[in-house]
Design a protein around this ligand. Sequence first.
Ligand SMILES: [Zn+2]
Length: 157
Amino acid sequence: MRTQRQVVDYSLRKRAVLRELLAGRIGTYDVCDASPYLKNAARFHGEPTEDRCPICRSENLTRVHYIYGDELKQSAGQARTLTELPVLAMTLREFQVFVVEVCLGCDWNHLVEQFLLGRDGLVGDTEDGMEQGAMGGTAASAAGAGPAVRRRREAQR
Ligand SMILES: [Zn+2]
């Protein structure tokens, strides 16, 4: 997606979990615990993949995209289909997407990645303090405060 940015990939963590499982340090009941909500989201909004479930190896994984952000208001925390995301990305300035993979066979689930979407990704770099000032209004400055804080936190990592 064009405005995708600040991507965090969790595949290393997934591999670590699978290693723990193989070594017997954790059980399948620890990792195959998809909630009914997550499974419903996978059924109705999920994106089918060609990837086999690493646990049961009998079903393909489904990816669910959860969206978060102040601009989403009551939609925050909901699942969206992959085709809905570019539309939202053109309407909103910034929102967070969490991608979770789920197996509808054995309930394996894991966070795959997270990233930001939204029109803010189109204006080039993120040093947009001037622009926010020019727009004025409390809504604009409130929306700008979040990402700035997040950027600082990321820099410290
Ligand atoms: Zn499975």
